[in-house]
Design a protein around this ligand. Structure first.
Ligand SMILES: *[C@@H]1O[C@H](CO)[C@@H](O)[C@H](O)[C@H]1NC(C)=O
Ligand SMILES: *[C@@H]1O[C@H](CO)[C@@H](O)[C@H](O)[C@H]1NC(C)=O
Ligand SMILES: *[C@@H]1O[C@H](CO)[C@@H](O)[C@H](O)[C@H]1NC(C)=O
Ligand SMILES: *[C@@H]1O[C@H](CO)[C@@H](O)[C@H](O)[C@H]1NC(C)=O
Ligand SMILES: *[C@@H]1O[C@H](CO)[C@@H](O)[C@H](O)[C@H]1NC(C)=O
Ligand SMILES: *[C@@H]1O[C@H](CO)[C@@H](O)[C@H](O)[C@H]1NC(C)=O
Ligand SMILES: *[C@@H]1O[C@H](CO)[C@@H](O)[C@H](O)[C@H]1NC(C)=O
Ligand SMILES: *[C@@H]1O[C@H](CO)[C@@H](O)[C@H](O)[C@H]1NC(C)=O
Ligand SMILES: *[C@@H]1O[C@H](CO)[C@@H](O)[C@H](O)[C@H]1NC(C)=O
Ligand SMILES: *[C@@H]1O[C@H](CO)[C@@H](O)[C@H](O)[C@H]1NC(C)=O
Ligand SMILES: *[C@@H]1O[C@H](CO)[C@@H](O)[C@H](O)[C@H]1NC(C)=O
Ligand SMILES: *[C@@H]1O[C@H](CO)[C@@H](O)[C@H](O)[C@H]1NC(C)=O
Length: 625
């Protein structure tokens, strides 16, 4: 809650020696009041006690995994109505009045109590318990396992907190979306997946892949789509972390994907549906009727004319604000409105004043991938701390320049340094910038940073001296490789006939330097390195340029390996400031190409499947050159 005074901060400052920080610090902040100078070590935890399944069991299981991965603790789950000794008790309560910023009861509240016997989290609902478990994990990480005795009653000030990711103009694979949810989990409860958004670009994609004949032809891509099973998996994995996926299908504006499918429904501006055409509403009804069973959330975003139809199908409607009542848009009061720009509407006078529910998605925190005349590419930390971002809020990331202006993980890096701070404001916390700077790197989990644990800066080093099928990792980290069918000669591995080298690693995120000596002996294109997030190819089938692949898009670099020459030492690296090696030609706005930096994760799982040639001395360092 937002209501800490400076006085509280000073009191917490006096508690410095116990907690390590001037107060019980979490992001978002928790209004924790310490009782006396003692603490409970989370290492003492012998059990996670929860009520009979299923209400809290799934969250308890995820919490158990987090205790293991964040704190190295193995704690069994038991079922009971009482806590017992050295236990954390996850339970529900209605004895505490959990209130949001407007003083309304909120199901997301929780009461936390820590004493010499353990911890109790009593939530207004399982989701409230979940948010409490995030505070406990973070405080334990930040305070070296010691949790001060004391208590807190915490609740978000606003129920809509989240991000919106434009997946219509850029494909993001399901595993990436699931990882984002685990990154958001202590920050957000709400993610809008923007299913179809296409402005003037030629690239327009309808992501859901339905087998239903009614939608045959709407989505012609076998790749870069979400099947119902994948969508279920994304929703389920995100729900386990308290994150709800809210789908959005844009119409009647920004509907190029639909017009490409049914050209007769387009206006002169093909991104707009002709709402006077008799087939427009039936077509949209068909799309919604087919896809609504996919979506588990109660809210969907759509135009007002379909409100009654969608309401009958059991869902609530949310639309983007643009046309106001004063302009003749008499939208039903059941429809909630997402405000984005003051030049379109005034959220108070146009909507709240007229009895509408409004969701704040003001463009003060918009991001556009890679380029924009007016919007930034990263969240603005100054604005988060010194502007006034408090309030329920959805921050949006748009891909106005289409699928090949950014790689998949560049979306994450646009948010990464500042999103947790914005989450504090969306929750109603009172985190200070100095506190944030101090704890940011400590609360930052493993994924999706793609960190690899290493004894030193050198993460992996292969020299090909033995003809055995195991390639020893000389870095000291024991990331030994396994050869599948390739020969070794003169300290080089010879790749031919689809043979490859498998490593136990997958991807390395920023920062890194991947180096290898390579000599192609054929101009047939093939993979040099492939991993979970990306691939590095020698050629693409028609040109010999080194090619990066990420999220289904291929990016040609501005150099090629010289064929049949001596070994060439290639170093690829990327840091927060992307290095020159990653300059590539990106498509912008459907009509121009510009040279620009691009960032990928180092692909590491497999070396050289399909590539014909030789390689020597492969090494990976955890620093950018
Ligand atoms: C702090 O309070 C706990 C009970 O919550 C008590 O067991 C402990 O002795 C107290 N410690 C001090 C130093 O007063
Ligand atoms: C608490 O009360 C609210 C409002 O009456 C109700 O909706 C909710 O289900 C109750 N929660 C529990 C855990 O009993
Ligand atoms: C695209 O889909 C086809 C058929 O499902 C598959 O063979 C191919 O590997 C996919 N391509 C990519 C880049 O995922
Ligand atoms: C929209 O559809 C109506 C009905 O079919 C048609 O009369 C009108 O010309 C269309 N408008 C445009 C701009 O195509
Ligand atoms: C808006 O629509 C409602 C219900 O259809 C009607 O009662 C109301 O008068 C309309 N308001 C305006 C300003 O047109
Ligand atoms: C960040 O926000 C502050 C405060 O609104 C503003 O003064 C500054 O220009 C912004 N910085 C960038 C890079 O947009
Ligand atoms: C070569 O093989 C031996 C025995 O298998 C092993 O101990 C050694 O580490 C290997 N050296 C390299 C560089 O692979
Ligand atoms: C290879 O890349 C070039 C330039 O980006 C592109 O024009 C060409 O179509 C690509 N070839 C294949 C087979 O993908
Ligand atoms: C391929 O690389 C050459 C330089 O080797 C560069 O001039 C050319 O523009 C690149 N092609 C593409 C499509 O990026
Ligand atoms: C690739 O582009 C960079 C930046 O424009 C340039 O410095 C470099 O010389 C180019 N390399 C080739 C082979 O064209
Ligand atoms: C290398 O030389 C061989 C034999 O002359 C030729 O078949 C092959 O295409 C050459 N490879 C490259 C990459 O130029
Ligand atoms: C990449 O951008 C170029 C230029 O805008 C465009 O021609 C191409 O179709 C784009 N690639 C994809 C996969 O959309």
């Amino acid at each position: 809650m937002a209501l800490h005074s400076l006085w509280h901060s000073l009191c917490w400052f006096l508690a410095l020696s116990i907690t390590g920080y001037s107060r019980f610090l979490t992001v978002p902040t928790t209004p924790f009041i310490e009782r006396n100078g003692t603490s409970f070590s989370i290492r003492q935890l012998a059990s996670i006690v929860t009520l009979i399944p299923p209400t809290l069991h799934e969250f308890a299981t995820t919490f158990q995994e987090d205790l293991r991965s964040s704190l190295g603790l193995e704690v069994p789950i038991t079922f009971n109505k009482k806590r017992g000794r050295n236990a954390i008790f996850l339970t529900l309560t209605n004895h505490t009045s959990f209130q949001d910023a407007a003083g309304r009861w909120t199901s997301e509240g929780y009461a936390l109590d820590i004493d010499s016997h353990g911890i109790t989290i009593a939530g207004a609902s399982p989701l409230g318990v979940w948010w409490g478990s995030r505070s406990v994990i973070q405080a334990a990480v930040l305070n070296g396992y010691a949790l001060p005795h004391g208590s807190a009653v915490d609740a978000p000030g606003w129920s809509s907190r989240g991000v919106m990711l434009d997946v219509g103009r850029h494909y993001y694979p399901p595993h990436f979306l699931i990882e984002l949810c685990s990154y958001f989990d202590n920050l957000y409860n709400n993610v809008d997946l923007y299913s179809t958004q296409a402005s003037m670009e030629l690239y327009a994609a309808f992501r859901p892949w339905s087998e239903d004949p009614a939608l045959a032809g709407l989505n012609n891509r076998a790749n870069d789509t979400y099947t119902q099973a994948q969508f279920d998996q994304i929703q389920h994995q995100c729900a386990r972390r308290g994150v709800t996926i809210i789908p959005e299908i844009e119409a009647p504006g920004h509907a190029l994907a639909i017009v490409q499918w049914r050209p007769e429904l387009g206006l002169k501006d093909l991104s707009m549906l002709n709402i006077s055409h008799p087939e427009t509403i039936p077509t949209m009804k068909t799309i919604w009727k087919t896809l609504l069973p996919w979506f588990h959330s109660k809210t969907t975003g759509f135009v007002n004319q379909l409100n009654d139809y969608i309401k009958d199908l059991g869902k609530a409607v949310r639309i983007w604000g643009t046309f106001t009542l004063a302009q003749g848009a008499n939208v039903s009061k059941d429809v909630s409105i997402q405000h984005w720009e003051y030049f379109e509407d005034n959220p108070y006078f146009d909507y709240i004043h007229n009895g509408y529910n409004v969701l704040n998605s003001d463009d003060a925190f918009y991001i556009v991938g890679k380029w924009s005349g007016s919007y930034p590419q990263y969240l603005n930390k100054t604005r988060v701390f010194y502007g006034n971002p408090a309030g329920g809020h959805i921050t949006a990331l748009w891909n106005d320049y289409g699928p090949n202006a950014t790689t998949v993980s560049e979306a994450y890096y646009s948010w990464r340094p500042v999103l947790p701070a914005l989450a504090d404001k969306q929750w109603g916390g009172d985190l200070l910038e100095a506190e944030y700077d101090e704890v940011f790197h400590k609360i930052h989990g493993q994924n999706p940073d793609r960190r690899i644990s290493s004894k030193g800066k050198r993460i992996l080093e292969y020299h090909f001296q033995n003809s055995s099928s195991t390639v020893a990792d000389l870095s000291g980290n024991d990331y030994h490789g396994t050869i599948h069918g390739c020969q070794i000669q003169h300290s080089a591995i010879i790749f031919s006939d689809q043979c490859y080298l498998q490593t136990p690693l997958d991807s390395k995120g920023r920062d890194y330097t991947l180096s290898f000596s390579v000599k192609p002996t054929s101009s047939v294109p093939g993979a040099l390195f492939t991993g979970l997030d990306s691939a590095l190819l020698n050629g693409n089938g028609s040109i010999s340029n080194i090619t990066l692949v990420s999220g289904g898009n291929a990016y040609s670099l501005n150099y090629s390996l010289p064929g049949n020459k001596t070994f060439l030492r290639v170093s690829e690296g990327n840091g927060a400031q992307t290095s020159l090696e990653f300059l590539t030609r990106l498509g912008v706005n459907g009509d121009s190409l510009v040279w620009a930096p691009i960032a990928i994760e180092a692909p590491l799982a497999r070396v050289a499947e399909g590539f014909t040639g030789m390689m020597r001395a492969v090494s990976l360092w955890g620093v950018a050159k």
